[in-house]
Design a protein around this ligand. Structure first.
Ligand SMILES: NC(=O)c1ccc[n+]([C@@H]2O[C@H](COP(=O)([O-])OP(=O)(O)OC[C@H]3O[C@@H](n4cnc5c(N)ncnc54)[C@H](OP(=O)(O)O)[C@@H]3O)[C@@H](O)[C@H]2O)c1
Length: 217
């Protein structure tokens, strides 16, 4: 593991806390970000108890974003724009991993992409060209993240810049998952849209964590 600090913004929620747990287990320094300092600290304490070590710290989103090398965003789509605007300055020059899926409740099983093409492209527009937005983990159900079994779903990594995508593929591997370089940020639309399909398949089959796998390679 490299000496990298990760900030998981919105890391008090289901997906972010699970990813933070996996990266802390892989001995990354992890900062949980929240709108509320106390909430971040409580989530970090929960994880440290599970890990049996003090590996995670809780901070307000902006402070976590300032202190980290790589930022990861795990908030509902309704909070995407406002959270991006709040950490824009702190993100400059960094890799920004967007896990957001542009679900529009109540029709979460229907693909409803934003005007920019995808949530990741919106993030790139808001954060600007000096940030490498990389989209990943949008198809990984949080149900997988707190157990130690292999995750039966691949991670398609799309985003700005091959070097940034390769950095994020290291995070995928550290989290115990199989990742693929899936190309430019425009391709994020396919991966984000796939989440609605997986939610539909979950509902049809009364399961919680349908996934996808790349075959034939
Ligand atoms: N859950 C999954 O299985 C899953 C799988 C793949 C992708 N995703 C995507 O990952 C993202 C996070 O999902 P989640 O299930 O973890 O969400 P969540 O638990 O509902 O929320 C995550 C965190 O976002 C912050 N948040 C909530 N509402 C907000 C608001 N109005 N303004 C600002 N911040 C707000 C909260 O943090 P604070 O209150 O601490 O600020 C919350 O703990 C979503 O875009 C989702 O589509 C989720």
């Amino acid at each position: 593991m490299e000496n990298i600090t990760l900030a998981v913004l919105g890391g008090t929620g289901k997906e972010g806390k699970g990813l933070a747990y996996r990266w802390a287990k892989a001995e990354y320094k992890v900062l949980i970000g929240s709108r509320i300092n106390e909430k971040a600290k409580t989530a970090a304490n929960d994880l440290n108890e599970m890990l049996g070590k003090e590996l995670v710290k809780g901070l307000e989103n902006i402070n976590a974003a300032e202190k980290a090398d790589i930022l990861v965003l795990t908030v509902p789509y309704s909070a995407h724009k406002s959270t991006l605007e709040s950490i824009k300055e702190a993100a400059q020059g960094k890799i920004f991993v967007d896990v957001t899926v542009p679900l529009v409740p109540p029709k979460v099983t229907k693909v409803q992409m934003p005007k920019a093409g995808s949530a990741a492209q919106e993030a790139q527009e808001i954060l600007g060209e000096n940030v490498n937005v990389v989209a990943a983990f949008q198809n990984i159900s949080h149900e997988h993240l707190f157990d130690d079994h292999p995750v039966d779903c691949d991670v398609l990594v799309t985003g700005k810049g091959k070097a940034a995508r390769l950095e994020v593929l290291k995070l995928v591997e550290a989290a115990g998952m199989k990742g693929w370089d899936a190309g430019v940020i425009e391709n994020a639309a396919v991966v984000e849209g796939m989440t609605s399909l997986l939610i539909y398949i979950n509902k049809q089959n009364m399961v919680k964590s349908a996934g996808i796998k790349i075959t034939g390679v």
